[in-house]
Design a protein around this ligand. Structure first.
Ligand code: ADP
Ligand code: MG
Length: 688
């Protein structure tokens, strides 16, 4: 069958085709060399690139350009400048120079910097990232040319998510090249790949607007569980409702125009929960694309009368949302995490695999750190999603290969003794058998690792930066050992892998990651279990971790400290905001309704007693007792929460919120449904 081209795909991207069309040949060749092979950019081509890019953007209807970056807010940022430049009286021209393209200066004093930049030197600088192509963002009245950039301070300190990511890609690329040289492979292009599966909820906008908690915090701080939610497993992969499908097709159309390969769409486990998965791409590009996916999900929902919730836990009692990050390394276009069919390829595969296992075991704390956040605290370790203990799942086949290497004996294959690395081929791994376990935070899924701990709202750059860095360190450690060893390469490698597996196998776990027994066992094995954000981010300021990230040029100790400060402030701010929102809703929305209903009951009881009614009084009294107790309870718990907000720490606030919630959720079932002031779970999750 002949493939047909999807003509709108990538039409809003300054793609290779647009580059070829709008730039002089030599300029195009140089730019493409930078984009494809990460060759350093020749600054002398900037003006010519800018000229071509401007012509292309104007044809697309753009009036403005912006440097598009990812500050430490968790989102993206843009400040638009018109191409317009006055040229005499009542006359203007469109102008865009190489200087405009390459760098920008932003008064950035209001972005979080964690003390890296004081307000008196408020300048922040954006620097063009030519490896992620410029694109057009459309709005109702026009369009804007967006140029992906890194964002840093005057001194070059990273103030964003992209800068350390690019540095970490460089680190793992170098290490990979070094190891491949040891295997005698000719130099080839290294590509770190990411496929980010994005989960999200949709709710009708009318409900959303009547939920101050959703509006202000992205999650519901109250809401009784509906009788039916996800118990029947009838939403997962269910047929997609027409309204949602209309939304999804609009999202896909917009993504495809931006060259974002959205591929899979389906209903997720919780009611009103969905997933979008793109084809994997080069890591840096995939991260930018995921940021755009989140934005396009949000804005498209809005124009469809819906709201897209990217929070990790918008609704208590049903599944939360994650962002599975599928990661791999390709060398010269060949996936290194794909087990090969000859001994040499297998040796490479097993060496990288061992390096990754070593990295996860040694640096599980940093990997856990990379997924910390107020929202994700509700997922990790809270009896769903992956547990907060980071372990590695290999699947049965691969696990037995690893233990054969470790023990030097073959258990399963008759007749043949242990596999000799670099000499024997591995038994073929049935691909679909590698991923039965959905409870593991870090799972080998046939030809890539799937990191399942990142939260749905998080920038993938955080976890990927850590993963790249720790894997780079592990690969280097292996190379160092091989350098030091003198003997036969295959034999030395075999001994080395044997030692590595023996030392780090404690991080391997194939059982149920949610089980209590595993938590106990993990404790015995000495695997870290960092419960909440503040615990999880603490390792950032450990000396060993700061040294590691500094050694790989990914984050300096100052940058690490600043990031720790930002994460800590973000977390505490969010908890206080949630506490205040809960308090206001409880006092100003719930209490008046309960008080009113209580007093109507009291009046009715008085009247009925006066009239000498024989029936009904018992029922009225029973209800009024319950409501009255609820009202008292509400009062006490609001006072307690208020005190926690103003004097307690985050733990006290969270605990007081949970206590208040149990009272409010009980009252939800007592108060007249028509007067309950908040849309209920059974409405929000089922009516859309
Ligand atoms: P599942 O739901 O079983 O995890 P999906 O098909 O939803 O699988 O998602 C798998 C993701 O992994 C996709 O984004 C896919 O492109 C990505 N992926 C596949 N191969 C690689 C690879 N070599 N490197 C990175 N990501 C990959
Ligand atoms: Mg998945």
């Amino acid at each position: 069958m002949l493939d047909t081209t999807l003509s709108s795909y990538g039409e809003d991207v300054f793609s290779e085709e647009a580059i070829a069309k709008y730039l002089p040949r030599q300029v195009a060749a140089k730019l493409l060399a930078t984009m494809r092979d990460a060759k350093p950019l020749d600054p002398s081509i900037a003006d010519a690139v800018a000229r071509g890019m401007k012509d292309w953007a104007l044809e697309k209807g753009a009036t403005h350009f912006t440097h598009w970056f990812q500050p430490m807010t968790g989102g993206t940022a843009e400040k638009h400048d018109a191409f317009l430049e006055p040229a005499g009286l009542a006359k203007a021209v469109n102008r865009f120079s190489g200087k405009n393209l390459i760098g920008g200066e932003a008064d950035a004093s209001s972005f979080p910097s964690g003390g890296l930049r004081s307000t008196f030197e408020a300048r922040g600088y954006t620097a063009w990232d030519p490896t992620s192509p410029a694109f057009i963002k459309r709005h109702e009245n026009g369009a804007t040319l967006c140029i992906p950039t890194a964002f840093c301070s005057y001194t070059g300190a990273a103030l964003d998510m992209k800068t350390p990511l690019l540095r970490s890609v460089q680190a793992v690329t170098r290490a990979t090249e070094r190891l491949m040289r040891k295997f005698g492979r000719p130099k080839a292009h290294v590509s770190i790949t990411l496929g980010a599966e994005q989960e999200y909820f949709l709710v009708d906008r009318d409900f959303y607007l009547r939920r101050p908690d959703l509006l202000q915090t992205g999650r519901t701080v109250f809401g009784a569980a509906p009788a039916k939610h996800q118990q029947l497993d009838d939403h997962y992969y269910g047929s997609i409702r027409p309204r949602v499908l209309k939304f999804m097709t609009e999202v896909e159309d917009r993504l495809w125009r931006l060259g974002i390969p959205a591929k899979t769409r389906h209903n997720e486990v919780a009611p009103a929960q969905f997933e979008l998965a793109p084809m994997f791409e080069d890591l840096n590009l995939a991260v930018d694309h995921n940021m755009l996916v989140m934005e396009i999900l949000r804005t498209t929902a809005e124009s469809n009368g819906l709201v897209c919730l990217l929070h990790e836990k918008p609704f208590e009692g049903v599944n939360g949302s994650g962002k599975h990050c599928n990661w791999s390394i390709a060398y010269g276009g060949k996936n290194l995490l794909s087990p090969g069919d000859n001994p040499r390829d297998n040796a490479i595969f097993l060496t990288f695999l061992s390096a990754i296992i070593r990295a996860i075991d040694l640096h599980a704390d940093m990997l856990r750190m990379s997924t910390a956040g107020a929202g994700n605290d509700h997922r990790l370790g809270a009896n769903e999603a992956p547990p907060a203990v980071i372990s590695v799942f290999l699947g049965d086949e691969l696990s037995s290969v690893m233990s054969e290497i470790e023990t030097g004996e073959s258990k399963s294959r008759h007749g043949k003794s242990v596999m000799k690395i670099g000499v024997d081929t591995m038994p073929p791994l049935p691909k679909d058998a590698t991923d039965r376990n959905r409870t593991s935070p870090f799972a080998f899924t046939g030809n890539k690792f799937e990191f399942r701990a990142p939260g749905s709202s998080q920038n993938c750059a955080a976890s990927q930066t850590v993963l790249n860095t720790i894997v780079a360190e592990s690969i280097d450690a292996i190379c160092d050992k091989l350098d030091a060893a003198g003997g036969d390469f295959n034999e030395e490698l075999q001994k080395l892998l044997q030692r590595l597996i023996r030392k780090h196998k404690r991080v391997l776990f194939s059982g149920d990651g949610y089980a209590k027994e595993w938590m106990a066992e993990a404790g015995k094995r000495g695997l870290p279990n960092l419960h909440d954000t503040l615990e999880a981010i603490a390792p950032m300021t450990d000396k060993a971790n700061m040294d590691l990230f500094a050694r790989y040029g990914v984050l300096s100790p100052e940058e690490m400290k600043s990031r720790h400060e930002i994460a800590s402030a973000d977390y505490q701010n969010r908890i206080v905001i949630e506490g205040k929102v809960a308090l206001e809703i409880a006092r100003a929305m719930i209490r008046p309704v309960v008080a009113d209903e209580f007093s109507r009951l009291a009046t009715a009881i008085g009247q009925a007693t006066k009239d000498g009614l024989k029936v009904g009084i018992t029922g009225l009294k029973a209800l009024s007792l319950k409501l009255g107790a609820g009202l008292d309870d509400l009062h006490v718990k609001c006072e307690r929460l208020e005190k926690a907000i103003f004097r307690g720490g985050h733990a006290k606030i969270l605990q007081s919120m949970a206590e208040l919630r149990s009272t409010v959720d009980r009252l939800e079932h007592l108060v007249d449904d028509s007067r309950w002031p908040l849309p209920k779970y059974r409405e929000m999750l089922f009516v859309y």
